[in-house]
Design a protein around this ligand. Structure first.
Ligand code: NAP
Length: 301
């Protein structure tokens, strides 16, 4: 089966189009014909070898959207022919298995649905851990990327006021998502205090760090309590009383989060910065590796 593969870890140029064994849907899984799959920073890190040893040769990809070909044991809510999106493994391929899936909203393109996989699930998970609801003032640190784009909009949909960080070039974009933009980097706490005063906002009630670059002590200083900081990328955060999530936290399961994101499809903007054919996976990975994508980068088989 045609797939993106690598035989050695390293820079994105180790990737090429190759052959992988046909995937099979196990219990609770669905096999799909992939119509689009997104590129996540985790893909870049795994190919680089940052996640430890990888059994080689290996495929890439953690999410996808496509048409169900077969369902595994115990899947009774989906059937062959359904259009779905969700989380999986080796999704940068013509066929893949999803381990958590939801129905693709008709208003989404295949690329938008693929983009909503890892990024949408992660955003809903983090906001659920923080218990974000109407009346909250949420700081999303890193609002313009994949997870940030969903985190800002999902927090707004929950009724929160959102302050989001981004470089100056992304401030209009962050406003378009419903956030009050501030620049990240040194002096962040002062800038957050200034916009709160300017906008007449109360204390920040939750901090969602979706990039992992702001020191944990700064994030904690912005929250009412250390545990009201949730990070998805700063593994130093627990040393400061903050929480880190990688999934499996028990507050929400992946399929429920994907369905929650899909339910808001009419209200969500999902910018696709660039689409590439599978054969150009190394270019797509190189763009994501730069760390300044607005929205998502997507591969189309
Ligand atoms: N734990 C989990 O479950 C989980 C799940 C998904 C992702 N992650 C991790 O979370 C991180 C983000 O993922 P992603 O898919 O959202 O990445 P992404 O789309 O590549 O993020 C790019 C964005 O990061 C922003 N950014 C860069 N430097 C920043 C800084 N110092 N402060 C604030 N924003 C900054 C950029 O904005 P500007 O262009 O304005 O600089 C850009 O919009 C990655 O490390 C990823 O591996 C973890």
């Amino acid at each position: 089966m045609q797939a993106v593969v690598f035989e050695e870890t390293g820079d994105p140029d180790v990737l090429h189009l190759g052959d992988r064994p046909e995937p099979q849907a196990g219990a609770g899984q669905v096999l799909i014909e992939v119509r689009a799959a997104s590129v996540n920073p985790a893909d870049v890190k795994r190919v680089a070898g940052s996640f430890g040893e990888v059994e080689l040769p290996a495929g890439t990809g953690y999410d996808a959207a496509g048409v169900v070909l077969a369902v595994g044991e115990g899947v009774d809510h989906l059937a062959a022919g359904d259009e779905v999106f969700g989380l999986g493994q080796q999704t940068h391929a013509v066929r893949a298995v999803l381990t958590a899936a939801a129905r693709k909203p008709a208003v989404w393109s295949w690329a938008e649905a693929a983009a909503a996989g890892v990024a949408g699930e992660t955003a809903d998970r983090g906001l659920s851990l923080l218990g974000v609801s109407a009346g909250d003032v949420v700081l999303v640190d890193g609002g313009a990327g994949g997870v940030g784009t969903f985190a800002v909009q999902l927090a707004v949909a929950r009724g929160a006021t959102v302050i989001a960080t981004g470089s100056d070039r992304n401030h209009d974009y962050l406003r378009s998502l419903g956030a009050i933009p501030v620049r990240y980097g040194d002096g962040l706490a002062d800038r957050v205090a200034a916009v709160r005063a300017e906008q007449g906002l109360g204390e920040v009630t939750a901090v969602f760090d979706v990039v992992g670059k702001t020191p944990a002590e700064v994030l904690v200083s912005l929250a009412p309590r250390p545990e009201q900081v949730v990070s998805i990328a700063n593994f130093d955060a627990p040393a400061h009383g903050a929480r880190v999530t990688g999934g499996g936290d028990g507050v929400t399961d992946a399929a429920t989060s994907l369905a929650a994101v899909a339910a808001l499809a009419d209200r969500l903007t999902i910018p696709i910065e660039k689409e590439y054919p599978l054969v150009q996976a190394s270019d797509a990975f190189a763009l994501v590796a730069e760390g300044h994508v607005r929205g998502k980068v997507v591969l189309l088989p």
